[in-house]
Design a protein around this ligand. Sequence first.
Ligand SMILES: NC(=O)c1ccc[n+]([C@@H]2O[C@H](COP(=O)([O-])OP(=O)(O)OC[C@H]3O[C@@H](n4cnc5c(N)ncnc54)[C@H](O)[C@@H]3O)[C@@H](O)[C@H]2O)c1
Length: 329
Amino acid sequence: MAVRVGFIGTGLIATSHMENLAAMDGVHIAALCDVSLAAAQRAQGRFGGAIYADHREMLARERLDAVYVCIPPFAHSGQELDVLEAGAALFVEKPVTLDLELGRRIALEIERRQAVACCGYHWRYADTTQRLRELLDKEAVIQVLGRWLGGIWMAPWWKSKELSGGQLVEQVTHLFDLARYLVGEIDLVTAFATRGHVKDIEGYTLDDASVVNVRFAQGAVGNFAATCLLSRGLGAELTVIARDFAATCTTNQLRVVEPERTVEYPARAAALRLEDEAFIEAVRSGDCSKLLSPYGDALQTVAVTLAAEASLGQGGQLHRVGRWDFAPA
Ligand SMILES: NC(=O)c1ccc[n+]([C@@H]2O[C@H](COP(=O)([O-])OP(=O)(O)OC[C@H]3O[C@@H](n4cnc5c(N)ncnc54)[C@H](O)[C@@H]3O)[C@@H](O)[C@H]2O)c1
């Protein structure tokens, strides 16, 4: 039987997931919920599915095996709990929430139900990331450098820090998450930002550029730098340094520099597709072992980025990152 999938939020990233699902055998995009009828109709025109304005009505009327939650950061109000209550598997795009307490309730509910659930940190699924994880088995990481040097993302809510959470929380979150996946927990954070250079875009309340220094629990130090001022961006990458070993990854390439050689590994497949395939496979089998971004773990990445936001709001005050990823007793 086909896996019946529903969407809450049918905008930009939802469309990318739908493209992947539509290319898979035995997957049916059955239902689309969006508060914007135009967005839902656009998706329906390409992928089919019944349209709803209210996710509760969608969950009540449709028999869904899995639901993707692809709404903006500010819009999470517990839709995930409703999906779990309906008995469907849950996919939540990053950042999974701006409210850590709500996130903890969702993580506990996933745990209680032993539900199939995962989050949209797709960099983890790149074969290049997996290759780097293997290489780092033999290395003690000493330093991590993340760079996200881009422009203002096109979604209308993105330029408002109140709605998106800001560039660190909404976007650079991928690099913080990848760093955690490769190196381990971040326990200390301090950050600075500058703003006020964008006066021509209405509703823009973001920092123009920011830098975050972190310490990993295993002792490594890290720095993450971001800007959204570049309409022609320089891209996003993470560099990991060990003794006589440096590796830089983007979503489509890994470059490893050692004393005797430099090796470049191009990614063999789009990480977002690998993520969707792993999720659908888990929905079919009930086996979550190939899901690389569990909800509680994704929540811990939110905690790191919210600590960075808090620090830059307080002129660089040092923040110890609390733990939000533990399983309940
Ligand atoms: N994994 C990635 O690389 C990646 C890339 C882009 C976006 N995202 C994430 O995906 C999420 C959505 O981003 P986007 O770029 O698709 O935004 P978008 O604005 O294009 O789409 C979001 C859609 O959600 C709808 N929506 C808002 N509140 C809703 C609600 N309560 N119920 C139903 N629909 C609702 C909006 O009308 C909109 O159509 C964000 O959290 C973003 O960070 C992830």
